[in-house]
Design a protein around this ligand. Structure first.
Ligand code: GLA
Length: 392
């Protein structure tokens, strides 16, 4: 079923990235040393490149690597194999000054100690499953309840806390990293061995593209997403002044545990509406707890469509997010409370970053009326999200 919904997407993907994908599937990915390093002419003009380097060690002695992707305009994304995590993302402002626009840590240590999913890939099921229970084909499954009474973001050791394999990829369309992870049958309570592949590509159109693929050997549920906390002001202040547009006219209202009630409610005339560009802070006081809601994307689930636009007025930085997913979780960093000191020694206070997590709706395994998150043997889940950066 999921393949049908992504028919047009597959075409777009095929056109845009056919060569890059076939290259990384058929041929052995080039060893890091064979991948052309980033060249800087000294005139500030960088060329596209990807460089792999060690980033630290997990407590069990496994090595974690970091990949630095750079494009011709000098944008730089650093991604590590632990959690397939975006560690930093350097973007220019309207005067050409670069700043790191995602929250996180300078070293692996911080991510191992306390990370509210900073920059990670979240899975096997991103977002919440009520009471950690669902039934599939008449069988009941029980998952960890790691968010009050509910299951959140794949459980105690979700995809954000596992070591992925990383391979540099590079062709004319961009430079990137292909991360792969084999989640065993029964891991965190989910049925089926799941092969997940997440490829990040940075291109010279200033797009960071995240493509996902998954296969299973038993029927299972899958909802993969990317969990960066963006701050287009370079992390220097909170995100309440960022202007957000969401291409969504409905959202999924939630109960106190943030589980959807099942209703798809219109946003018009409420503080939930971002149909016209609005500062995130403009009406946040009227939303108890702040924004942490799934929006029903107008163009979602059928073809790649614009889901969100964010504009930071002081720097002029703009991010546009397009996806084939039917929903997007807008989270305004409500649980950040200043106890985390991240990059550049900054304490991340409330609303210091925002997340826009493209996804299927929360608790879909218990909501047959929501778009399906079931993946069956023989099917290939393919989905994609594009982050496009510019200034105005
Ligand atoms: C998601 C959830 C939030 C919160 C963050 C991590 O975005 O929707 O409620 O759990 O992850 O802190």
């Amino acid at each position: 079923m999921r393949m049908k919904a992504i028919g047009t997407f597959a075409l777009v993907l095929g056109l845009l990235f056919a060569s890059s994908f076939s290259a990384c599937r058929k041929a052995e990915a080039p060893a890091a040393s064979e991948v052309a390093p980033v060249a800087d002419s000294g005139k500030g003009v960088a060329s596209m490149g990807v460089v792999q380097a060690p980033f630290g060690m997990l407590p069990d002695g496994s090595a974690v690597d970091i990949f630095t992707l750079t494009n011709a305009n000098g944008l730089k994304a650093r991604l590590m194999t632990y959690g397939a995590t975006l560690v930093s993302l350097e973007l220019p402002d309207r005067n050409g000054a670069f700043a790191d626009c995602v929250l996180g840590y300078e070293s692996l240590d911080g991510y191992l100690k306390a990370s509210p999913y900073f920059g990670a890939i979240v899975g096997r099921y991103g977002n919440r499953i009520a009471k950690g229970k669902f039934a599939l084909d008449g069988k009941s499954y029980t998952l960890a309840t790691n968010d009050g009474a509910n299951h959140l973001h794949g459980g105690v050791k979700g995809f954000d806390k596992v070591l992925w394999k990383g391979e540099a990829v590079r062709d004319s369309s961009g430079v990137g990293v292909r991360f792969s992870y084999l989640s065993r049958d029964g891991e965190e309570g989910y049925p089926g061995a799941l092969e997940a592949v997440v490829t990040y590509v940075l291109n010279d159109s200033n797009e960071l593209i995240v493509s996902y693929e998954a296969k299973t050997d038993k029927p299972t549920v899958v909802n993969l997403t990317h969990h960066s906390y963006f701050n287009l002001a370079g992390g220097t202040r909170d995100i309440l002044g960022h202007e957000l547009t969401l291409f969504a006219d409905r959202y999924t209202p939630v109960d106190v545990g943030l589980i959807p009630t099942g209703v798809l409610a219109p946003v018009a005339g409420t503080p939930m509406s971002f149909e016209a560009p609005t500062a995130i802070g403009a009406r946040i006081a009227d939303v108890p707890g702040g924004y942490d809601h799934n929006y029903v994307l107008t163009g979602g689930g059928k073809t790649i469509a614009l889901a969100a636009r964010v504009f930071e007025p002081e720097s002029g930085r703009v991010m546009e997010i397009s996806t084939v997913e039917p929903g997007i979780q807008f989270y305004s960093g409500n649980f950040l409370d200043g106890t985390i000191t991240g990059k550049s020694g900054r304490a991340y206070g409330k609303h210091w970053g925002f997340c826009l997590e493209t996804q299927h709706f929360p608790d879909s395994p218990n909501r047959p009326e929501f778009p399906s998150i079931v993946l069956r043997p023989g099917e290939i889940l393919k989905t994609m999200t594009i982050h496009k950066f510019s200034t105005k």
